[in-house]
Design a protein around this ligand. Sequence first.
Ligand SMILES: NC(=O)c1ccc[n+]([C@@H]2O[C@H](COP(=O)([O-])OP(=O)(O)OC[C@H]3O[C@@H](n4cnc5c(N)ncnc54)[C@H](OP(=O)(O)O)[C@@H]3O)[C@@H](O)[C@H]2O)c1
Length: 246
Amino acid sequence: MNTTTNTVLITGGSAGIGLEIAKLLAATGNTVIITGRDQVRLDKALTQLNGATGILSDVSKEADVEALVAILTRDFPALNLVINNAGRALLYNIADSEGAFDIAQDEMLTNYLAVIRLNEKLLPVLKAQPEAAIVNVSSVVAFVPGSLATYSASKAALHSYTQSLRVALSRSSSVKVFELMPPLVDTEFSAPINGSTGIAPSVVAQDFVEALANDTYEIRVGNTQTIYELYLQSPDTALQVMQPAA
Ligand SMILES: NC(=O)c1ccc[n+]([C@@H]2O[C@H](COP(=O)([O-])OP(=O)(O)OC[C@H]3O[C@@H](n4cnc5c(N)ncnc54)[C@H](OP(=O)(O)O)[C@@H]3O)[C@@H](O)[C@H]2O)c1
C-alpha cells in the first residue's frame, strides 16, 4: 500500500505507539488525524505533528464516535486509512473474582466492540476510495494470553474478527485489512507490567510502515514473531513462557 499520500485516522494518537506512527506518517506526506480523550495531551502531541488534526473522542462512547464520523465525512472525505489503536488494559487477578466482569466488559468495549463499531461506520467512506485499509492494533497476547487475562481475551477476539474481516472485504471490495501485533512496548500503557523492559514505540511504528508498504497483513513485531512460532510448535510451552513469575 502507498504510505505517503493517505488521509489517516489514528485512534489514541496522542501518546505511545499511536503517536509514533502519527509522527512517521505526518512527516512523509500523509494527512493525519489523531484522537484521544484528553485535550491537553492531544494539543501536546499536535506540536510534534506537522499539519495534523486532533479530535477529542473516546472510542468507547457512541456519541463521541457519531460526532467523529460526522467530522471525518465532512472535512476529510478522502479518508482512506483507519488505524484502530486506542486500547484499554487493567491488571488484576482473575482468581480473585471481584470486579472481573466490570473490567472485562470495559476492556471488551474499548479493544473489540468499539473497533467493530468504528469500522462499520467508516467502511462506506473507505470503500469509495481507490486504495484503502483498516489497521487493527492487537498484541502478541492475541495468540497466547499473558498476565493481563481478560485484556488478552479481548485481543484474541480482535484477532479473530480481523481475520474474518480481511477475508470478507477481499471478496467484496479492495479495502485491505492489516493487524499490528506488538510485543511488550515501553509506553505508559505497559507501566504496570514492566513495560520499561519492552521495545521502543518508535520501533513498532517503523516496522508498521514497512509492513504497510509491503502489504504484509499480519505484522508480528519483534518478539511477537518468536512467540508465534513457539505457539505453532507447542501451545503449552508458549503459554508457560508468557506467564509472569508466580
Ligand atoms: N504497550 C504495550 O506493551 C502494548 C503491547 C501490545 C499491544 N499494545 C496495544 O497498542 C495500542 C496502543 O498502546 P500504547 O502502549 O501506545 O498506549 P499508550 O501509550 O497508553 O497510549 C494510548 C493512547 O490511546 C488514547 N486512548 C486511550 N483510551 C482511549 C479511548 N477510549 N478513546 C480514544 N483514545 C484513547 C490515549 O490518550 P488518552 O488517555 O488521553 O485518551 C493515548 O493517546 C493499544 O491497543 C494496546 O493494547 C500495547
